[in-house]
Design a protein around this ligand. Structure first.
Ligand SMILES: CCCCCCC/C=C/C(=O)SCCNC(=O)CCNC(=O)[C@H](O)C(C)(C)COP(=O)(O)OP(=O)(O)OC[C@H]1O[C@@H](n2cnc3c(N)ncnc32)[C@H](O)[C@@H]1OP(=O)(O)O
Ligand SMILES: NC(=O)C1=CN([C@@H]2O[C@H](COP(=O)(O)OP(=O)(O)OC[C@H]3O[C@@H](n4cnc5c(N)ncnc54)[C@H](OP(=O)(O)O)[C@@H]3O)[C@@H](O)[C@H]2O)C=CC1
Length: 264
């Protein structure tokens, strides 16, 4: 009988932006399944405790590296450290990202560049550098974090939406270009997920997020995105590449969008 293989044990995964939120959940999930994870954020002191907890509690081991994904030299050093410690890179999760919400006319050139640089160019730097190692070693798997805001227009999200939409097309293009190298490239588009970053964007405590009236769907948890990422990088997804998987939960009961889902 066929049994699906969701295993990542012994593989080496770089997860960017893993000091908190979705990235932390992804790193913990992969490490709990036996992967060696290399986790980065802009501050060593924010990413060290995550690595220590993984080493204490998970089957896999963790290496914490200070790396701003906007800076190519720092990304070079991140990948060099990964190869030196674990001998290669099997998985790259481009998670580091963020935004501020503002009307298009209020976004300065610097503001536009800050968001595109973080979300799109950060993904490009990591993918080019880690991708070279994957090509030399005969393959790998990459998952990019887009957003429902990269799929559908929302007010105040012009810069972020443009960057996240570009990530979807980058994913599709690389899946084609790098298929001959044995590299699968997929994308995840989350809806609203309860994280410290979103709470900061909204100017509230993250525990208050589910109470927001304008949110018409259940708010998700980082682990629910992590489970999806684990599937995409596992052998069970060997025939999946170039795809963007949306994970946005279901509408709350009483919302008109919930009609037909049996939630009323
Ligand atoms: C119903 C709820 C809907 C909520 C939707 C939420 C969807 C979730 C998406 C997410 O990705 S949230 C999770 C990610 N985490 C965060 O976004 C964290 C919070 N944000 C930040 O930490 C920062 O904003 C940033 C995204 C990391 C950018 O910081 P950076 O240090 O790169 O930029 P700054 O130097 O602060 O500013 C650069 C430039 O941008 C201008 N700017 C900053 N904030 C605003 C603003 N609110 N409005 C307009 N412009 C802004 C800033 O003024 C600078 O421009 P200049 O002044 O130099 O011209
Ligand atoms: N939460 C949500 O509702 C949604 C999130 N997403 C996407 O998911 C991803 C994670 O979001 P979320 O967990 O909410 O974000 P958080 O803001 O909670 O966490 C962001 C992480 O990225 C790190 N980071 C930020 N800038 C950089 C940088 N330049 N270089 C390296 N690391 C960096 C932060 O660490 P530090 O500050 O220590 O550098 C932190 O670990 C992002 O790409 C986001 O756009 C998409 C759709 C919805």
């Amino acid at each position: 009988m066929h049994e699906p293989d969701y295993g990542v044990a012994g593989r080496t995964a770089i997860v960017t932006g893993a000091s908190q939120g979705i990235g932390k959940a992804i790193a913990e999930t992969l490490a709990a399944s036996g992967a060696n994870v290399v986790i980065c954020s802009r501050a060593q002191e924010r990413v060290d405790p995550v690595a220590e907890a993984i080493d204490d509690e998970c089957e896999g081991t963790a290496l914490a590296v200070e790396c701003n994904v906007r800076e190519r030299e720092q990304v070079d050093a991140l990948v060099d450290a990964t190869v030196a410690e674990f001998g290669g890179v099997d998985v790259l999760v481009n998670n580091a990202g963020g935004e501020f919400v503002a009307p298009f006319e209020d976004i300065s050139p610097n503001g536009w560049n800050a968001i595109v640089d973080l979300n799109l160019n950060g993904t490009v730097h990591c993918t080019q550098v880690a991708g070279e190692v994957m090509r030399e070693n005969g393959g790998g798997s990459i998952v990019n974090l887009s957003s429902v805001n990269g799929q559908h227009a929302a007010p105040g999200e012009s810069h972020y939406g443009a960057a996240k939409a570009a990530i979807i097309r980058l994913t599709e293009t690389l899946a084609v270009e790098w298929a001959p190298h044995g590299i699968r490239v997929n994308c995840v588009a989350p809806g609203l997920i309860q994280t410290p970053g979103v709470a900061e964007t909204l100017g509230i405590d993250s525990e208050q997020m589910p109470e927001r009236e304008e949110v018409d769907r259940r708010i998700g948890h980082g682990e629910e995105i992590a489970d999806l990422v684990q599937f995409l990088v596992s052998p069970a997804a060997s025939f999946v590449t170039g795809e963007t998987v949306t994970a946005k939960g279901v509408p709350k009961p009483g919302n008109s969008m919930s009609e037909g889902l049996g939630l009323e």
